[in-house]
Design a protein around this ligand. Structure first.
Ligand SMILES: Nc1ncnc2c1ncn2[C@@H]1O[C@H](COP(=O)(O)OP(=O)(O)OP(=O)(O)O)[C@@H](O)[C@H]1O
Length: 245
């Protein structure tokens, strides 16, 4: 479904992605993990065409995404922070998005699912942070895309909305969608992820199931396995800087 081949990306002197190779299949939820600044959002934005990679290529449904904007219609994206035209109300925003996309949409289903009835006529600038995130969720799901990308989706959501979002992700995975998720909430990873992709220092440091990760680190749970991974890499980088000195 998504083939990522040797992607590199630098911002000035900062080499953020140093050669990423992954194949992401249909019907799976992939959780991208890694410390702050490890390149998770940069990789996601590259898949979305919001960043141009310096090298490498990305194929979605067998088509190279370079200079090809049509592929974006098969992706639903829920960003970390909602940024909307503030003077529109929710229905105007959804209507405008529908007019641009010109494809069938099912916003009413998701307005009702996320309990957004009361937000219909309110200006977006006056909505709470969590309500804006729910509007973002409606935008991500309403066109029934084959690929769904969530960047820290639970930030600001109340527990009911968070549960509903997780249920919907599982349902869509079971419908054959490919789901990419970045999160720092490890319980979310344990509950949802079919595979974990751990980014470190611009590379993929681990790819496999949560169970694999826990076993390879010889730990009792995901939190401890991740801590163990980070400790190992800290030791490695200290050793390298000691050798270089
Ligand atoms: N447009 C940009 N211009 C310059 N530097 C950038 C840009 N976007 C990201 N970076 C830098 O690239 C690095 C990776 O950032 P990125 O947001 O991909 O990390 P992340 O793994 O998503 O982090 P977090 O867990 O904190 O969200 C950071 O050092 C960040 O400052």
């Amino acid at each position: 479904m998504i083939e990522i081949k040797n992607i590199t990306k630098a911002f000035g002197k900062l080499q953020v992605l140093k050669g990423i190779d992954i194949n992401l299949e249909k019907g799976k939820i992939y959780a991208f993990l890694g410390p702050n600044g490890s390149g998770k959002t940069t990789l996601i934005k590259t898949i979305l065409g919001l960043n141009q990679p310096d090298n490498g290529e990305i194929l979605i449904q067998n088509e190279n995404i370079k200079n090809n904007w049509q592929y974006k219609s098969c992706i639903g994206y829920m960003p970390q922070i909602a940024r909307f035209p503030e003077n529109l109300n929710m229905m105007e925003l959804l209507g405008m998005t529908r007019d641009i996309r010109k494809t069938a949409s099912d916003e009413e289903k998701y307005i009702s699912y996320f309990n957004l009835e009361g937000a219909r006529d309110k200006k977006l600038k006056n909505l709470s942070g969590g309500t804006k995130q729910k509007v973002n969720a409606v935008l991500a799901f309403m066109f029934n895309p084959d690929i769904l990308i969530f960047d820290e989706p639970s930030v600001g959501l109340d527990p009911v909305a968070h549960l509903k979002l997780k249920d919907l992700m599982r349902e869509e995975r079971d419908n054959g969608k490919t789901i990419l998720l970045t999160t720092h909430i490890l319980s979310e990873v344990e509950e949802l992820a079919d595979e974990v992709i751990f980014l470190l220092d611009g590379k993929i440091y681990f790819q496999g199931t949560v169970q694999n990760l826990v076993q390879t680190q010889n730990e009792s749970n995901l939190e401890r396995a991740i801590a163990q991974l980070l400790l190992q890499t800290e030791k490695k980088s200290k050793k390298l800087s000691f050798q270089a000195a």
